[in-house]
Design a protein around this ligand. Structure first.
Ligand code: NYM
Length: 222
């Protein structure tokens, strides 16, 4: 008999794309289907590294752009073996953001003097996440930044500005186009009704969740 493992599902999106609501709805659906599951959220603000990230995002501390990027990545590595173990034990893992946010946000930072000049090269941003457990499916909740803003406005954290979000959206598009074979990258129209989005997300991963996988957990960009 071949041993199966559970899938790793990542939900990505711009700020205000409804990602947190939708990851909770996806988890509720797994519960309803009696699928063992675990919902993770990145950044995980509870760890020592996560607390540094939290204070940076709230602008109560300043950090060099390289440093904060590496902390976001380290915050994922803290949970890498937990993710792999859960999947091998048959627990479906959902992550609210992952390495794709890491690249999309950091690579979208630009010089104050010239908004066409990135502060950190795309390839540099990708490097620290090489080798992390690879998701089997990425659900990207796509929404135009103007539409996202109409949903009650952005918050006060760093990056929650419309020009930044527009660059982040382009970066996510590029990452999706360059997604590896074996990773299902689904663009979901997050501007649709809440329940429509939830159904589309479930429809995209149902077969993976119900059937499980025989291939071992992959490694990102390796
Ligand atoms: N963010 C998130 C990054 O810049 N890099 C990362 O690696 C991750 C995981 O943090 N604006 C950004 C995206 C968000 C912010 O995320 C906090 P959330 O989902 O709002 O807690």
């Amino acid at each position: 008999m071949t041993t199966k493992r559970a899938p790793f599902i990542v939900v990505e999106g711009l700020d205000r794309s409804g990602k947190t609501t939708q990851t909770s709805l996806l988890q509720a659906r797994l519960e309803k289907e009696n699928v063992p599951n675990r919902l993770l959220k990145f950044p995980d603000r509870t760890t020592t590294i996560g607390k540094m990230i939290d204070s940076y995002l709230k602008s109560t501390s300043e950090l060099d752009d390289h440093v904060i990027h590496l902390l976001f990545s380290a915050n994922r590595w803290e949970l890498a073996s937990t993710i792999e173990n859960l999947l091998n034990e048959g627990v479906t893992v959902i992550a609210d953001r992952y390495a794709f946010s890491g690249i999309a946000f950091s690579a979208s930072k630009v010089e104050a003097s010239d908004a066409t000049v990135p502060k950190l090269p795309f390839e540099w941003c990708r490097a620290p996440d090489i080798g992390l457990p690879a998701p089997d499916a990425v659900l990207f909740l796509d929404i135009a930044p103007e539409q996202a803003r109409l949903r009650g406005g952005y918050g006060d954290e760093r990056y929650e500005k419309e020009e930044m979000q527009a660059r982040v959206r382009q970066a996510f598009k590029r990452i999706g186009e360059e997604a590896e074979e074996g990773t299902l990258w689904v663009v979901v129209d997050a501007g649709s009704e809440r329940d429509v989005v939830a159904e589309e997300m479930w429809g995209s991963v149902e077969a993976l969740v119900q059937r499980g996988l025989t291939a071992p957990v992959g490694r990102l960009w390796k």
